[in-house]
Design a protein around this ligand. Structure first.
Ligand SMILES: Cc1cc2nc3c(=O)[nH]c(=O)nc-3n(C[C@H](O)[C@H](O)[C@H](O)COP(=O)(O)OP(=O)(O)OC[C@H]3O[C@@H](n4cnc5c(N)ncnc54)[C@H](O)[C@@H]3O)c2cc1C
Length: 414
């Protein structure tokens, strides 16, 4: 992956007309004007472009700085989808999105590969368990199926799982995992079939701002005049916001995924199981097991090399809860790392920016972007075409929450 720092130039609003003309005449392939420019061809940019196009807004350009689309966090995720969140808005985003993913292949085309094997959350801290049960009340009120389990009931899901220290567990039968690449490519190809244009290897490098509103996006391939731009740049959203002079508090943090070789000792399809005391999670990936655990002490960076030193800590937590893993062996060549795009309250930043007309945020999903992509696409299309998102109230997720001091932390994070 290229380091974006080396490709960014000053915000266009801060440079002269001569510079703009230089940019705009640089390439014969330049697109002169678009209704909307979407920055980033990950699952968010793809979903937003698709939802704009099905509503008839088809003069849309997606800029992707890499040579290939869907090569950012979307292609590196653990692909989990769950309803088990602590806020009304996040639960609503999940409910809408997972329902849409059920009919994705017929509705959009492509392959969502939704496997509703469930999420099993294990609790050993009585206070955390008490707090968590309160969020299941909210989940039930919003129509989500979540079961409260005893340790013995939880232990039936995974052979030889250690349960002696557990105080309880939850099981969400409608949760599971998907194929993020298949979803993103499905949205992209459907959008392109409706006229949306994708520009690969074309970084957004600045903005043209006139009279306090967006009037164009500068790219490595020239200037595109437009009235609306969406920052769907994932972990790079903070950099892209800075090009417009905006402080978008999205920072990249490395996350690692480790894979075993095929492991028949855990047969069938276990739920995506998370030991909430350590953050260790495990699920099947084909015949192998996929595992991870966030390192809370790792500083923000764009490093996407697998952290082999962290592996020992991950395995320690995994073996303690699942002693059966002693029989497993690591498939080193199939492990990977990617970036979580994290905000201060672990919630995304969505919607029109109050300080810059024509600029829309759709970033900072803090590790939940795959599962919230269908709803985000719909809501951002509403925000752009109707003036305001209305299917789900996203006021909690607007950027001014940080200014107003009204940000609420999402507690159910991994
Ligand atoms: C290890 C790991 C596990 C995860 N597990 C889950 C999970 O279980 N469930 C879940 O829902 N989510 C999970 N996530 C998070 C999820 O992957 C992200 O939230 C989601 O992919 C964000 O999508 P995106 O389109 O916003 O970002 P990305 O897929 O990163 O796409 C952003 C794109 O913008 C491009 N870009 C950046 N700057 C520019 C620029 N200046 N010009 C043009 N293009 C630009 C980038 O190259 C990139 O292609 C996980 C992430 C990781 C790394």
């Amino acid at each position: 992956m290229s380091d974006l720092n080396s490709t960014l130039v000053a915000p266009l609003g801060t440079i002269g007309v001569a510079d703009i003309e230089t940019l705009s005449t640089r390439s014969a392939s330049m697109i002169a004007r678009a209704e909307v420019v979407v920055i980033g061809a990950g699952i968010m940019g793809a979903s937003i472009a698709y939802h704009l196009a099905i509503r008839g807004c088809r003069n849309v350009v997606i800029l992707e700085k890499e040579a290939a689309e869907v090569s950012g966090s979307t292609a590196r995720s653990a692909a989990g989808v769950r309803h088990q969140f602590s806020s009304v808005t996040n639960i609503q985003l999940s409910r809408y999105s997972i329902a849409r993913l059920r009919s994705f292949d017929e509705e959009v085309g492509g392959h969502a590969e939704l496997r509703q094997v469930g999420y099993l959350l294990l609790f050993s801290d009585p206070r955390e368990w008490a707090n968590y049960q309160a969020t299941t009340t909210l989940q039930h009120e919003l129509g989500v199926r979540v079961e409260l389990l005893t340790p013995e009931e939880a232990g039936r899901f995974v052979p030889r799982m250690r349960i002696d220290d557990l105080v309880g567990a939850t099981f969400g039968p409608d949760d599971g995992y998907v194929d993020p690449y298949g979803i993103a490519m499905g949205y992209l190809r459907a959008a392109q079939a409706m006229g949306v244009r994708l520009r690969r290897a074309t970084a957004a490098t600045g903005f043209k701002i006139e009279g306090g509103r967006i009037s164009g996006v500068a790219s490595s391939d020239g200037l595109i005049a437009c009235e609306m731009v969406v920052n769907a740049a994932g972990s790079w959203a903070g950099h892209v916001g800075a090009l417009a002079g905006l402080d978008i508090p999205v920072r990249p943090y490395r996350r690692n995924v480790y894979m075993t070789r095929p492991f028949p000792a855990i047969p069938g399809s276990i739920p995506l199981t998370i030991d909430m005391s350590s953050g260790f999670y495990i699920r099947h990936e084909g015949a192998s097991m996929l595992m991870g655990r966030s390192n809370p002490d790792e500083p923000s960076s764009f490093n996407q090399q697998v952290d082999w030193e962290w592996l020992d800590t991950v395995l320690e937590a995994g073996l303690w809860r699942f002693p059966i893993l002693e029989q497993a062996s690591l498939a080193e060549g199939q492990c990977w790392a990617g970036l979580y795009e994290i905000t201060p309250d672990h919630n995304p930043i969505l919607g029109r920016h109050p300080d810059l007309a024509g600029y829309v945020d759709a970033s900072g999903f803090s590790g939940h972007g795959i599962m919230h992509a269908p709803a985000t696409g719909l809501l951002m299309a509403e925000e752009i075409l109707d003036g305001r998102a209305h299917t789900i109230n996203i006021d909690d997720l607007r950027i001014d929450r940080f200014r107003r001091g009204s940000a609420h932390h999402e507690h159910n994070i991994i």
